[in-house]
Design a protein around this ligand. Structure first.
Ligand code: SF4
Ligand code: SF4
Length: 171
């Protein structure tokens, strides 16, 4: 009886001392969603497809990202424009199948597909998780707007590679 009484009486000041100690310390609780969490740079969230500085799409629909994807989450159909350049007529990522491993961005030779920091993309139906090319490019446009606003350095090369014919090197 005495032991039970002692532990209750002792527990109250002990608990309150911990409370008072932490009142004046720096808060570690994040008030989400009012405060958005800041993730490490290596965090892999929602995908985006990138553009060159002139707005042209970087993806050439080579299929390497789809081949590297262990979840079979990427689908694409190629086409050629009037100058014979290859582009993705259809490019889709199924964000439900995706396991956010990052293999697609590692495989891409064009720096065209990346996984960003966006994690709030819940939806009401399974179909809404199929991200089309237009949606993935729009994700990039939003990221770029933020980067420009914050004066961050570009993280991808801004222009297309300028390939020369071997004969041009002789001049
Ligand atoms: S992150 Fe991984 S699973 Fe998701 S689309 Fe890319 S390669 Fe596939
Ligand atoms: S995103 Fe990159 S790897 Fe995938 S098809 Fe386009 S250019 Fe090829």
């Amino acid at each position: 009886m005495w032991n039970a009484f002692k532990s209750v009486v002792w527990a109250i000041p002990k608990g309150m001392s911990i409370t008072f100690r932490h009142i004046f310390r720096k808060k570690t609780t994040q008030q989400y969603p009012e405060e958005r969490p800041v993730f490490e740079a290596r965090f892999r969230g929602l995908h985006y497809l990138t553009r060159y500085a002139d707005g042209a799409e970087r993806c050439v629909c080579c299929g390497l990202c789809a081949a590297a994807c262990p979840a079979d989450a990427i689908y694409m159909e190629p086409a050629e424009n009037e100058t014979g350049e290859r582009f993705a007529k259809v490019y889709e990522i199924n964000e439900i199948r995706c396991i956010f491993c990052g293999m697609c961005e590692e495989a891409c030779p064009e720096e065209a597909v990346f996984l960003g920091q966006e994690f709030e993309f819940s939806a009401g139906s399974r179909g809404d998780f199929i991200y089309t090319k237009e949606m993935l490019l729009a994700n990039f446009d939003n990221i770029e707007k933020e980067r420009v606003a914050r004066k961050y350095k570009p993280f991808i090369r801004q222009e297309k590679f300028q390939f020369k014919k071997p004969a041009e090197d002789l001049h």
